[in-house]
Design a protein around this ligand. Structure first.
Ligand code: SF4
Length: 401
């Protein structure tokens, strides 16, 4: 069951417990480089990102934002853009009114709005959000936590009869900072349903602890994500480990997986991982699910691996076409199994499944459709014949859009 929240509208996307968990991503281009940024936003959107955040860190970036939105409109890409503001956000939003209007949401980190006039700067950003009727994400980050608040809470803790350990105080300070800032924003006049909260840390267990605490405070929708998750497997696994228990508890209304790509790497990987986390937890479906057994000593040579790979690649490359053509295609479940041990059973649980012959088994591959043995394929063209059966199944089963 989802934790109950209000609904926050970000352009044409609604965030909150009455709506599916939304996948978002962030560009890593220089926002002032309009063409590169548009190109990356397009790639992220095509990969399935429903919101895209860009950094607005200087005058050139703020000037570029409305031009980026105009270019995206011309390409018929309607993804809402979020502006990420730090030390000079109050100045940029006041000076570049077209930027303030073009963005669909502002992200503010209360620890990074200046030290001397923190509340005044924060208030200026909130006033711009009110003037332009934009929601904000108040995004606390452990690396830039309001140091005065943390010091005060540490001092208070040291005087307590049963002091908490420093990590607990830090987690409490993050929650306190987010909630205080949200209340301040509401006092300035920002409507309650214009606020999303996040409290990002880089440790998996800290993430789970801080979000459980934050979730208990009010009904603001929550943006989940591990900050600085890292590169490659480490980033993917740590993000999945951190997000999953929270999502299974119904906590989290939008997610971002912050992976560090290799130089020249594919930025859209963070979208694919976020989608796969939600799909694996059966929270949302984005692509047909292919169940392939891992293979073991019972599989014959490389036939199984090749077939499993060929069918998965076929589904992935056809998906953009199928998605346009067939309603509900993302619910499809396909099984490609290596032998008789688990093959027929797993294939029966899929919409369509094939059980390949293992070592020593007769060279034939039964195909199961909706749990019933439909036919048995033989010979060298197993993959092509299975693809034809798959297409026939899709044509029959899914309504055309
Ligand atoms: S289905 Fe057969 S080949 Fe695949 S892992 Fe199980 S025993 Fe091994």
């Amino acid at each position: 069951m989802r934790r109950k929240t209000v609904t926050v509208k970000i352009g044409n996307i609604k965030i909150g417990s009455d709506y599916p968990v939304v996948v978002q991503s962030m560009t890593n281009t220089d926002t002032a480089d309009i063409n590169k940024t548009v190109e990356q936003i397009k790639a992220l959107t095509l990969a399935g990102s429903e919101l895209v955040r860009v950094t607005v860190n200087n005058n050139a970036a703020a000037e570029a934002v409305p031009k980026i939105v105009t270019k995206l409109d011309k390409l018929n890409i309607n993804v809402p853009l979020i502006g990420d503001f730090h030390y000079n956000g109050h100045l940029l939003l006041k000076k570049y009114t077209d930027c303030a209007k073009a963005l669909a949401k502002y992200r503010i980190n209360p620890g990074n709005v200046g030290t001397r006039h923190r509340d005044a700067n924060f208030t200026t950003i909130i006033e711009q959000a009110i003037t332009n009727n934009k929601p904000v994400r108040i995004g606390v980050n452990w690396g830039s936590l309001d140091q005065q608040l943390l010091t005060d809470m540490m001092d208070e803790n040291s005087k307590s009869q049963s002091p908490l350990d420093a990590k607990d105080v830090m987690i409490n300070a993050m929650v306190e900072s987010a909630i205080r800032s949200a209340k301040l924003a509401e006092d300035v006049g920002l409507p309650h349903d214009h606020i999303i909260l996040s409290a990002k840390v880089s440790g998996v267990l800290d993430l789970i602890r801080v979000y459980r605490k934050l979730a208990a405070e009010g009904d603001y929708p929550l943006h989940l994500g591990l900050t600085e998750a890292g590169m490659g497997n480490k980033g993917i696994i740590a993000s999945t480990a951190g997000l999953s228990p929270l999502l299974l508890d119904g906590i989290g209304d939008t997610i971002r997986v912050s992976l560090t790509p290799k130089p020249g790497g594919d930025r859209t990987q963070e979208v694919q991982v976020a989608q796969q986390v939600l799909q694996s937890l059966e929270i949302r479906n984005f692509n047909p699910q292919v169940t392939a057994c891992p293979g073991c000593g019972r599989t014959t040579s490389t036939l199984f691996q090749k077939l499993a790979d060929e069918i998965q690649t076929h589904i992935r490359t056809q998906m953009p076409v199928w998605r346009e053509k067939y309603n509900g295609i993302e619910e499809l479940k396909v099984a490609v199994m290596g032998c008789v041990v688990n093959g027929p059973g797993e294939s029966r649980h899929a919409n369509i499944g094939i059980s390949l012959p293992g070592t020593g088994e007769a060279p034939k591959a039964p195909v199961y459709i909706d749990g019933i043995h439909a036919q048995t394929l033989k010979g060298a063209n197993l993959a092509d014949e299975f693809k034809i059966l798959l297409q026939e199944y899709i044509d029959k089963r899914y309504d055309r859009n």
